[in-house]
Design a protein around this ligand. Structure first.
Ligand code: PEP
Ligand code: MG
Length: 322
């Protein structure tokens, strides 16, 4: 079918009744920045930083990281770039880290757990590079933390940010504290979304992991792929709860999992109250086109209908997904 003809909209889009929805890109390397700009991204909603750390013998230096984050900001001088701190675990070996050999890495030391428990120095170097990048020149930096499960973890992260801020101040190094956010990817984070959102500016729902943990069906395990689907009632109710709790704390709420890049799910996501969507650059034009055709009131009605549905089949029916 002819899908190559969707118009590229370089400016931010709004729904028919004027609600602005940010449509940003997920990137995992520097090379993906230009294609994101070319597809009309309103910024970067998820800059995965794993590429800086994987496939090498020593960790990247603070300066090397700083240059990379600056490059991302310079690609988007008028919009926001959200960098996610290192998100690895036992399933992604790193030669210079002594990662535990775990029977079930997806339920083990990964994401922020690893940054806080095993590798504070590595985490602090990343924070230093990020606070320095936030200060200089063009661009608006956001930083978010992966796999948060408890409020105490976030408090510890915020203490480390404050301590890095103090160090840089004392050393007279130009820096600024960026906008901070939490990725909501575990059921625990959903149930504590209000308290987490009270402490940061934004929440970003990682529906890939959230679906895995809500449905107890791991990503990429063939026998359970059918269960790894965000259109199950449990996952949609988790998203709904996160958006409402985030807004109650005056935080904005985005979605940065694969789900955010599916044009046929836009009315539902807008109806659930999501403020920002971040996806592979390739789907940005069709998502922007979909958002521009949405009426918020109708979207809210659809979301309400979907949230009362009892089965995935009923939800797919309401979304006319056949
Ligand atoms: C997610 O879990 O939905 C997400 C965006 O992060 P990643 O896919 O990198 O785990
Ligand atoms: Mg994730």
């Amino acid at each position: 079918a002819a899908t190559a003809t969707v118009e590229i909209k370089p400016d931010p889009v709004s729904t028919v009744d004027g609600r602005a929805i940010e449509v940003a890109a997920n990137v995992g390397t520097i090379e993906e920045l230009t294609p994101a700009v070319e597809r009309g991204a309103d910024g970067i909603g998820l800059f995965r930083t794993e590429f800086l750390f994987l496939d090498r013998e020593t960790p990247p230096t603070e300066d090397e990281q700083y240059e990379t984050y600056r490059a991302a900001l310079e690609a988007f001088p008028d919009s926001r770039v959200i960098v996610r701190t290192l998100d690895v675990g036992g399933d992604k070996p790193i030669s210079y880290l002594d990662l535990p050999d775990e029977e079930n890495p997806f339920l083990g030391a990964r994401g922020i757990r690893l940054s806080l428990e095993e590798n504070t120095a590595l985490f602090e170097a990343q924070l230093r590079a990020l606070l320095r990048a936030a200060a200089d020149g063009a661009g608006d930096l956001g930083v978010m933390f992966p796999m948060v499960t408890t409020v105490a973890e976030l408090d510890r992260v915020l203490e480390l940010v404050a301590s890095v801020d103090n160090d840089l101040e004392r050393e007279d190094v130009t820096h600024a504290v960026p906008e901070l956010g939490v990725m909501v990817e575990t059921p625990a984070a959903v149930f504590c979304a209000h308290e987490l959102a009270e402490r940061v500016e934004f929440l970003s729902i990682g529906t890939n992991d959230l679906t895995q943990y809500v449905m107890a069906a791991s990503r990429g395990t063939e026998t359970v792929t059918d269960l790894h689907d965000p259109l199950y009632p449990a996952v949609l109710r988790a998203i709904d709860r996160t958006v409402r709790e985030g807004h109650r704390s005056d935080a904005w709420v985005g979605v940065c999992g694969e789900m955010a890049g599916e044009p046929e799910l836009m009315t539902l996501l807008v109806g659930l109250g999501v403020d920002e969507l971040s996806m592979s650059a390739v789907t940005i034009p069709s998502v922007k086109a979909a958002v521009a055709g949405i009426d918020s009131e109708a979207a809210r009605a659809l979301a309400r209908a979907v949230l009362t549905a009892e089965t995935r089949a009923a939800i797919r029916d309401r979304l006319q997904l056949g």
